[in-house]
Design a protein around this ligand. Structure first.
Ligand code: ADP
Ligand code: MG
Length: 558
C-alpha cells in the first residue's frame, strides 16, 4: 500500500496563519522580538560548549527603527543569523521551527529561555506589512542572503552584503485603507508601548532612537528635538531577582509601573516555586478598592508570562472570585501554549499554579491579620465584602478556607473582631454565637432584641451588610458553636418561659387574640416576652429565616 503525502494549499494556509491566529495585530512585534532574542540566546548557548566562541553580553542587542516617510519598520538583531538553507527551511516552511530544533539538538531541557517552538510567529509580520525582507548573515559565514516575500505569492532568496553577523527584518508597513490605519506601527510612542507591554523582560536590550525635546545648549528657554538611542525594555524581570536584594520600594515601583493601581499596595507576595510546575509570581494586595470593583465591568486576573514574554493580560483562571482583588503577575516556563501563544493548551499546569497561589494569598492574609491588625482592618474595609461573598458562593464550598478571615463589629469591643476571638472569650455556659442584623451599628444598638442577650453579658456580632447573614448561615457553626440571631424565638438560655410567663399568657389570652386579629396574618403569634427591658414590644422569628433575611429575600426578583 502506498502512503500518500498530504498536500497543503500553502497560499491558503499562510493566509489563515496571518489572519486567523491572532486576536491582536500588535503582537507581530512581540513575535519578531522573541525571534531576535532567541537568535542571541543561541549564540549564548553555543558559547557555553564551544571554546572558540565567547559571549560578551554587552555586545548583543536588538534595535527597532521606524522610518515614517517610507513606511519602513526594521527589527535588527546581533543574533546567530541564518544561512541560505536556514532561510529556506525556517522562513520558507510554514510551521518549521528552527528554534525548536535547536533546543533538541542542544539538549536544552529546563531553564532555558528560548521562546520559539511553533514556527509560525514570523508570518504575523504580514498582518501589518505587505512586504517583508530578511537580510541575514549566519555566525561563521562571510556570505549574507536576502529573503524577500509579499506573503502568499512566495519568496525569493538572493545573495547580498551585510557587514556583521545577525539579521535585519525589514517590514514595508501597509498603506492605510478606508477602515484600517497602520500608521501606529511607525509611531515611536506606540512602538515603545508595545515593546514595554509584551517584551519588557526580554533579556537583551531592545533599543530605539527616541526623539526628545531638550533645552538647547546655552539657552534657558529654547528647546530642540534631540535623537537619542535608548533601551526600552527593563530586561531583568524583578520576579527573577532574589527576594533578599529587593526592597519594598522596588515592589511598589513595579506596582506603579505596571499600572496595577494608583494606590500603594498594603502587601506584596513574591513567590518562586521550583516544584512540579516552576513559576515565579509577584502578587499584591491593594489598599484601595478600584472604582469599578463591585461592578460588572471589573475583570479579575493576573498577568501571565511565559519565559518573560506576556501571554495574557488578565488570566482569570489564576484567581478565585473571592480573591479577585489581588493584582500581579505569574511567569512560568512550563506552560503549554497554543499556537498563537495567547492561550494555554492544557490548563493542568495553570490549575496547579492557581491552587498554589490561592494558598499563599490565604496564608499571607492570615499573617497580616495576626501581625498587622490595623493594616488588615484597612484591607477588610475595602474587600471584606468579597470574602463574605466567597463564603456564601458555590454552596459554601470555600467556607473552611475563608471563615478565619472574616470580621464583624462586636457589641463588646466596639470594633471588628474575628470569629476566633469571639469564641475564645465566650463564657462557658454560652451556647451560641449571637448576632443581630440591622442597617447600622447604631440602629442595632437600639433594637429591643439585643438587650436581653447583652444583659446576659454575651457578646453580639453586628451584621450591617446584606451578605453577612447569608454568609454566616453558610458557615453554620464556628468551632462547634452555632450562630443564633438575637431575634430568634429561642435564644438558648432559660429566660423566656417559666410559670409566671405561662400564667401571664393565660390571663392575657383575649388581648393577644385580639392583637393577632388586628394584625391580620402579619404575625403568627403574640406572646409574653421576658427579653424586653426598656422596650414595650419586639418582633421575633421562629424559623430559619430571620426578619432581615426575609426582607432581602422579599426584595429579590423572582
Ligand atoms: P518559532 O519562533 O516559533 O520557531 P517563527 O515563525 O517565529 O517560529 O520563526 C521560525 C524560525 O525562523 C525560528 O525558529 C528560527 O529558526 C528562524 N528565525 C526567525 N527569526 C530569526 C532571527 N531573527 N534570527 C535567526 N533565526 C530566526
Ligand atoms: Mg518565533
Amino acid at each position: 500500500m502506498e502512503t500518500k503525502q498530504f498536500k497543503a494549499e500553502s497560499k491558503r494556509l499562510l493566509d489563515m496563519m496571518i489572519n486567523s491566529i491572532y486576536t491582536h495585530r500588535e503582537i507581530f512585534l512581540r513575535e519578531l522580538l522573541s525571534n531576535a532574542s532567541d537568535a542571541i540566546d543561541k549564540i549564548y548557548y553555543k558559547a557555553l560548549t564551544d571554546d572558540s566562541l565567547t559571549f560578551d553580553k554587552d555586545s548583543y542587542f536588538i534595535k527597532v527603527t521606524a522610518d515614517k516617510e517610507n513606511r519602513i519598520l526594521k527589527i535588527i538583531d546581533t543574533g546567530i543569523g541564518m544561512t541560505k538553507e536556514d532561510l529556506e527551511n525556517n522562513l520558507g516552511t510554514i510551521a518549521k521551527s528552527g528554534s525548536l530544533a535547536f533546543k533538541s539538538e542542544n539538549e536544552l531541557k529546563d531553564g532555558h529561555d528560548i521562546i520559539g517552538q511553533f514556527g509560525v510567529g514570523f508570518y504575523s509580520a504580514f498582518m501589518v506589512a505587505d512586504e517583508v525582507t530578511v537580510i541575514s548573515r549566519a555566525i561563521g559565514s562571510d556570505e549574507a542572503f536576502k529573503w524577500e516575500s509579499k506573503g502568499a505569492e512566495g519568496y525569493t532568496i538572493v545573495p547580498c552584503e551585510k557587514d556583521s553577523i545577525g539579521s535585519e527584518i525589514i517590514l514595508k508597513i501597509k498603506d492605510n485603507t478606508e477602515d484600517e490605519s497602520y500608521d501606529e506601527y511607525l509611531e515611536e510612542y506606540r512602538l515603545k508601548g508595545i515593546i514595554k507591554k509584551y517584551s519588557d523582560f526580554i533579556r537583551y536590550p531592545i533599543k530605539m532612537d527616541v526623539t526628545e525635546s531638550k533645552l538647547k545648549e546655552g539657552s534657558e528657554d529654547e528647546y530642540e528635538d534631540v535623537q537619542e538611542e535608548q533601551t526600552i525594555n527593563s530586561m531583568v524581570p524583578i520576579w527573577r531577582k532574589n527576594k533578599k536584594d529587593l526592597t519594598t520600594e522596588d515592589y511598589e515601583q513595579f506596582y506603579a509601573e505596571k499600572h496595577y493601581g494608583f494606590d500603594k499596595p498594603i502587601k506584596h507576595i513574591h513567590i518562586s516555586v521550583d516544584g512540579a510546575v516552576r513559576y515565579n509570581a509577584i502578587l499584591y494586595i491593594p489598599e484601595k478598592i478600584p472604582f469599578d470593583y463591585y461592578s460588572q465591568e471589573f475583570e479579575k486576573g493576573l498577568e501571565l508570562y511565559s519565559n518573560g514574554v506576556l501571554i495574557m493580560n488578565k488570566c482569570a483562571d489564576l484567581l478565585p472570585d473571592y480573591f479577585s482583588f489581588v493584582k500581579g503577575m505569574v511567569d512560568s516556563e512550563d506552560l503549554s501554549l497554543n499556537i498563537s501563544r495567547e492561550m494555554l493548551q492544557h490548563d493542568r499546569q495553570l490549575k496547579l499554579i492557581a491552587k498554589n497561589i490561592n494558598k499563599k494569598i490565604k496564608s499571607e492574609l492570615v499573617n497580616i491579620l495576626k501581625n498587622e491588625r490595623e493594616k488588615y482592618e484597612e484591607f477588610y474595609q475595602s474587600f471584606g465584602r468579597q470574602l463574605k461573598y466567597g463564603v456564601y458562593s458555590d454552596y459554601g464550598m470555600h467556607k473552611e478556607e475563608l471563615q478565619d478571615l472574616l470580621m464583624f463589629y462586636s457589641s463588646k469591643e466596639k470594633k471588628l473582631v474575628t470569629l476566633d476571638e469571639y469564641v475564645a472569650r465566650m463564657p462557658e455556659e454560652q451556647k451560641y454565637i449571637y448576632y443581630a442584623t440591622g442597617e447600622t451599628t447604631e440602629r442595632i444598638d437600639k433594637l429591643p432584641q439585643t438587650e436581653m442577650v447583652a444583659d446576659k453579658g454575651y457578646e453580639i456580632l453586628y451584621f450591617t451588610e446584606e451578605i453577612d447573614e447569608f454568609a454566616i448561615r453558610m458557615v453554620m457553626a464556628y468551632k462547634e458553636k452555632e450562630f443564633k440571631s438575637v431575634s430568634s424565638g429561642d435564644l438558648g438560655f432559660d429566660a423566656d418561659v417559666d410559670n409566671e410567663t405561662e400564667s401571664e399568657e393565660k390571663e392575657n389570652k383575649d388581648l393577644f387574640d385580639y392583637m393577632k386579629d388586628i394584625l391580620n396574618g402579619k404575625v403568627k403569634d403574640v406572646r409574653v416576652s421576658k427579653r424586653l427591658k426598656s422596650h414595650p414590644v419586639c418582633l421575633a422569628t421562629d424559623g430559619a429565616v430571620s426578619i432581615e433575611m426575609e426582607k432581602i429575600l422579599n426584595a429579590m426578583p423572582n
